[in-house]
Design a protein around this ligand. Structure first.
Ligand SMILES: [Zn+2]
Length: 107
């Protein structure tokens, strides 16, 4: 089932990685339409989305996404975090290091 529809690919991948880091089995789908030429209408059907592989996890998946969206809305208030594996600086809303995929430390 669809649990999240992104406005763009990077955002969708952030959510997918966040869910995966929390043990939710999911994958990004729907990106292929961006590669099509022609008159694909730009609406929800053409946006990439996160597909939940185990529907039993949809409650926790929704909770994680809601928390992430709240954090994204408040991201100006949240500090960036530094990856303890590779020392890269990550933006507050990233659930995992963009460089090495290490999950963010608990906040
Ligand atoms: Zn890292």
């Amino acid at each position: 089932m669809k649990v999240f529809i992104g406005n763009n690919s990077p955002e969708t991948h952030i959510v997918q990685q966040l869910l995966t880091a929390e043990g939710v089995e999911c994958e990004v789908r729907g990106e292929g339409v961006f590669g099509l030429r022609g008159e694909v209408p730009f609406d929800e059907d053409t946006l990439p989305y996160v597909w939940l592989l185990d529907e039993d996890q949809h409650v926790i998946a929704k909770a994680i996404i809601r928390e992430w969206q709240q954090q994204a809305n408040n991201q100006g208030l949240l500090p960036e975090w530094t990856c303890h594996e590779c020392n890269e600086i990550n933006e507050a809303q990233f659930g995992a290091c963009w460089n090495c995929q290490t999950p963010a430390p608990p906040r």
